[in-house]
Design a protein around this ligand. Sequence first.
Ligand SMILES: Cc1ncc(COP(=O)(O)O)c(C=O)c1O
Length: 381
Amino acid sequence: MPVKLSVRAESIQPSAIRRYFDVPKDVISLGIGEPDFSPPPCVTAAAIEGLKNGETHYTANLGLSELRHKISDHLYNAYGVRYNPEDEIIVTVGCSEALFLALAAVVNPGDEVIVVTPCFVSYQAAVQLASGIPVEIPCLIENDFDLDVEAVEAAITPKTKAILFGFPCNPTGAVASREALTALTDLALKYDLALISDELYDQLVFSGEHVCAPSIPGAFYRTFLVGGFSKNYAMTGFRIGYIAGPKNLLNGAYKIHQYLIMSAPTIAQLGAIAALDHGAEDAARMRDEYDRRRKLLYRTLNEFGLRTAEPKGAFYIFPEITSTGMTSERFADRLLNEKRVALIPGNGFGKGGEGFVRISYATAYEKIEAALERIGDFLRG
Ligand SMILES: Cc1ncc(COP(=O)(O)O)c(C=O)c1O
């Protein structure tokens, strides 16, 4: 008899969007959610230097002390939230590990976790891997994809344990308002829930302000803040993220991290220190270029007559395509086959995504211009 997979492994669905990633050379890809820039030169230099100096061993389980101090300072300087680098921050393998640690630290089997959608494709699976049940609550275009706190409250049951959300948002580009985050915090206090705030794109905000969830009065003691270096500094392959939280919550995450991972890659941690020390100018240059592409897309998609909320952060735009009469998948498939442009159908991002497509602008300006011409042709039929 062949070995049977666990119920856990069987229950995880393959990512619906993978097939739009590996496309032939003649296709213009607006599909991939990964910076097209290289990391700041100081980052690669620090990693190479580390290798030359024999920095090839484990670090402390929590991560290099210097990096934790710098992350703590960054969060304090940018948002006024203070985490003790000795026991309130763990350096993780990407933001992905941080998300899993937060969930695994608070979710018991059968607990419900409200997942704010449309969202990063891993959220639902991460809840399931932590033995929880994802309950998807969509944000609406009518509300610029801001948090729908009333809908979240209506979904709360005695089994609800946590609310998982990510702003700036992949895939909508929305930035949560202070008002909505304050109302969400009030809910967490009223119903005794944990908040898990994915702020991986915190420095990629073009319009309005990024509000750090734990900086909202009352939120700190029930919030896991997760973030990292993948997007802000174009360091996806370095695999460095972090989780921050009050000591009692963070200790739960720490116990899991120390057995699961031991420590994040050492030379990548050195790269992250360099990013915080010297990477700001390069990060700002990338942000300016994303902004230029964002403006082009927002203007042109509106000219095409596709209803589109202004994306205020991250590097995605999420136009509505229902006016074409096609489903998201049909639109994406036909655009790929007929006009050789790849984008991602919105239904891959959970509830509320059907009727939309995600366009990533982590692609050269000229390629976006060419893709828009092809999309215009496609829409005109
Ligand atoms: C919102 C969001 N969170 C987390 C991740 C995963 O980040 P990392 O590559 O740092 O693990 C992504 C990657 O696309 C993302 O978009």
